[in-house]
Design a protein around this ligand. Sequence first.
Ligand SMILES: NC(=O)c1ccc[n+]([C@@H]2O[C@H](COP(=O)([O-])OP(=O)(O)OC[C@H]3O[C@@H](n4cnc5c(N)ncnc54)[C@H](O)[C@@H]3O)[C@@H](O)[C@H]2O)c1
Ligand SMILES: [Zn+2]
Length: 364
Amino acid sequence: MTSRVVVRLKSSLDRSYTVTVRAGLLKELPGILARTWKGRRLFVITDANVRRLYGSPLLQALTALGSDALLLDFPAGERSKNADVVFSLHSAILDQGIGRDSVILALGGGVVGDVAGFVAATILRGVKYVQVPTTLLAQVDSSVGGKVGIDHAAGKNLIGSFHQPSAVFIDPLVLRTLPAAEFRSGLAEVVKIAAALDKPFFGRIERERKKILALHPGALSALILRAVALKSRVVAEDEFETGLRKILNLGHTIGHALEAASGYSMRHGEAVAAGMASELHIAVMMGLLKPRDKERIVGLLKALKLRSRLPALRDRQRFSAALALDKKSERGAPKFVLLRGIGHAVIGVEVPTPFIAEAVGVAR
Ligand SMILES: NC(=O)c1ccc[n+]([C@@H]2O[C@H](COP(=O)([O-])OP(=O)(O)OC[C@H]3O[C@@H](n4cnc5c(N)ncnc54)[C@H](O)[C@@H]3O)[C@@H](O)[C@H]2O)c1
Ligand SMILES: [Zn+2]
């Protein structure tokens, strides 16, 4: 007699979703939401800054259209990406009354998206959620792909889940109120994805850099749309990051260690730009990348006013420990994503320690 039961899960559920990018979309959003989620309770989660700029007007418009919408917020910034904030949102939502058909809307940057997405993934074992990203980083990167979660004292993004949104609405015009340093942080992720996957896109960013920095709506919409298309292709292929999705970690192995060494005072994109520059140096040392290609990428980072070298390391020990502990590492040896050329990244490259030391020392 066998004692085995096979639980045959049918994944007939289509979890595909649409990302809409359009200048002025935020104005149309109340109407779209009221139509799409008619009769369902909508919890808009945002941070204190975005609440003032866009959250309160959105709630007013939704209420005027007869939507059953509620607005919740928490203090802005990475420090809110913690379990206390998540539990207090759970409590507020449970207090106000949530049903299985309720919908959560994440209105804000990557912090809001990660926190609200995690709340949506966990409350009642998961309800639907919609992303309305308002930073460039969230628009080109974090709002698509379904990674949600919070930080832990032991490190960033250590607690979380995969929970794909039901829709993503992107309005490039909201970037007009975004501080310049936050905008540049998002540009680092755009350069990353172009350098890793799409040489013609990389060339277009080079040509359109002035328009991009001037927040030209057409140039920005095209930039966001292409970045999202590239990311969605990768996510569709490898939702749970068992292979190809690791390609999005270009610049992140050293970048994450830099963030940790700065005590997370450094912006994510800033760290990614500096991390990318030193990983380019490693790729050249390893004979993978032509110096000419490295110079071209460094040139674009500079033209976009991004970091192209490592800052002085405040805490070298924490940097090395973070590098060894990097999530992508196996048995203490960090695995890198390195470039063979512009638009051509390779994953899982083991880099000999002297090369890392050289890149960190020399580029400093
Ligand atoms: N889930 C993922 O796949 C993924 C990917 C990359 C990064 N992330 C996470 O994203 C987070 C960083 O996101 P971020 O850079 O958007 O930071 P953020 O969410 O902290 O936003 C940055 C600042 O901009 C403000 N802001 C947002 N939109 C604004 C607007 N339109 N006008 C004026 N101010 C505005 C916010 O209040 C905040 O002060 C990190 O926690 C990172 O781990 C997640
Ligand atoms: Zn990133």
